[in-house]
Write a protein that binds this ligand. Structure first.
Ligand SMILES: Nc1nc2c(ncn2[C@@H]2O[C@H](COP(=O)(O)OP(=O)(O)O)[C@@H](O)[C@H]2O)c(=O)[nH]1
Ligand SMILES: [Mg+2]
Length: 271
């Protein structure tokens, strides 16, 4: 049976006659390996997982097509998106897999074959775990998924690149703005009453919880972490860039001491 103890090595393809790569991020043309006829292109598969409705499809479509829709259209078929990235002059062709709801990580190839055929979950090179910052349950989902991935794939946790994105940050901002407006309109006495309402209590509970989440993910899990909004296009590109830098570090044989090291050492552009 297929053993998934470590991520499979990325497949290296030689593309001939590719000389110039347009660096869209900087609006200028960067020549990569202009003196050579061949450019090595690494191919990677990133599986995007998270509870239904957290915005997985929205995040991917914002990255790839710069589009967002408020309508919720549940994903019913597995769909692949293929952006390319350049990290330190290394070109990566990435297959981002957007799956219909995946309620558990397949512990064996048999489970994968029966329930998630064609998704390539167990052989993915990296995982993007998305939760909704306004929904605690969706973070519990991500925590459980991470544990299942580690239990299933084994090896050192830092050898299985995982990146956590807290999406829908715009909703938190909306809540905070509303709270601020309410507070400004209230008298001191009314403010005291406001502090005891369930909305305010919820909001106060959110702040330390968010800090805790960031700490757990970065310090305990040693995963990359970013809060973003697919709706407002906040930090979506940066999240993918950080994920790719992490993957690149591990791919190049460096197990970064921290995600921070991987971010400092590498430069990443999206084609
Ligand atoms: N306010 C807000 N809504 C979002 C955001 N991202 C996704 N949504 C909405 O959340 C719903 C579910 O998004 P979708 O990408 O289909 O979730 P998926 O099931 O995880 O793929 C849709 O109605 C989206 O418009 C975001 O950043 N902010
Ligand atoms: Mg979807």
């Amino acid at each position: 049976m297929f053993s998934a103890s470590l991520p499979p090595p990325s497949c290296t393809v030689l593309l001939s006659a590719v000389k110039n790569v347009i660096d869209i991020m900087n609006n200028n043309v960067t020549t990569v390996a202009s003196s050579a006829d061949d450019i090595e292109v690494e191919q990677l598969r990133i599986a995007v997982l998270g509870a239904p409705g957290v915005g997985k499809t929205a995040v991917i479509e914002q990255l790839v097509s710069h589009e967002f829709t408020d309508d919720y259209r549940p994903t019913t078929r597995c769909r692949c998106y293929r952006p390319s990235f350049i990290i330190n002059e290394q070109v990566y062709e990435v297959t981002i897999v957007d799956c219909p709801p995946v309620t558990y990580f397949p512990a064996t190839s048999l489970y994968e074959w029966t329930d998630f055929r064609g998704y390539g979950l167990r052989s993915a090179n990296a995982y993007l775990l998305i939760y909704d910052v306004t929904d605690d349950d969706s973070f519990r989902f991500v925590r459980s998924m991470r544990e299942q991935i580690l239990a299933s794939r084994g090896g050192h946790p830092q050898d299985v690149p995982m990146f956590v994105m807290g999406n829908k940050q715009d909703l938190l901002q909306q809540q905070q703005q509303l709270l601020l407006q309410q507070q400004q309109q209230q008298s001191t006495q009314q403010q005291a009453m406001l502090l005891s309402t369930s909305f305010t209590a919820e909001d106060r509970r959110n702040l330390p919880t968010r800090r805790e989440v960031a700490n757990i993910v970065k310090k305990q899990w040693k995963c990359g972490y970013i809060e973003c909004s697919a709706k407002c296009n906040w930090h979506v590109v940066r999240g993918f860039q950080e994920l790719m830098k992490m993957v690149h570090s591990i791919d190049a044989g460096h197990r970064p001491a921290s995600i921070h090291d991987a971010l400092l050492c590498n430069r990443c552009d999206i084609l």
